[in-house]
Design a protein around this ligand. Structure first.
Ligand code: DQA
Length: 144
């Protein structure tokens, strides 16, 4: 079965209560449950993980190289703007990579305008809220 990995970076465990005016009211469980349903309809298996720790995200990206994962959908959150290590891990992954941001990072503070992960991403979605994850999964499932 085709497999996708969805990675959520730091503070995204707080979705629903964290700055809802920026990130909306849906929780991480809401997002993940919808993605599981969407994947199942398309005959895909999706694994969703969240971590506040850079190294744990990197461990999961490395594991995806070996377990048949076809695509990684990642919202690296603040690590987007700082992490060469996550970029390096993604560069060692051969499948598709889609970067997702709930907010339109380009309309926010200038430090959010640069993304290390975008140097590797096949596609980038920003500003569509939780719909961005569903669009990313749709793109991944269509292209395989
Ligand atoms: C974010 C944008 C980042 O700048 C921020 O650090 C986040 C969330 C987003 O989804 O809009 O934590 O990735």
């Amino acid at each position: 079965m085709n497999k996708a990995l969805v990675l959520h970076g730091p503070n995204l465990n707080l979705l629903g209560t964290r700055q809802p005016e920026v990130y909306g009211h849906e929780t991480l469980d809401d997002i993940n449950n919808t993605l599981h349903e969407q994947a199942a309809l398309g005959g895909w298996e999706v694994t969703c993980r969240q971590s506040n720790h850079e190294g744990e995200l990197i461990d999961w990206i490395q594991a995806a190289r070996l377990d048949g994962t076809a695509a990684i959908i990642i919202n690296p959150a603040a690590y987007t703007h700082t992490s060469v290590a996550i970029l390096d891990a993604l560069n060692a992954f051969d499948g598709r990579v889609i970067e997702v941001h709930l907010s339109n990072v380009h309309r926010r503070e200038s430090f959010r305008h640069h993304s290390y992960v975008s140097l590797r991403a096949d596609g980038v979605i920003a500003g569509l809220g939780t719909q961005g994850y569903r669009a990313a999964l749709e793109a991944v499932m269509r292209s395989n």
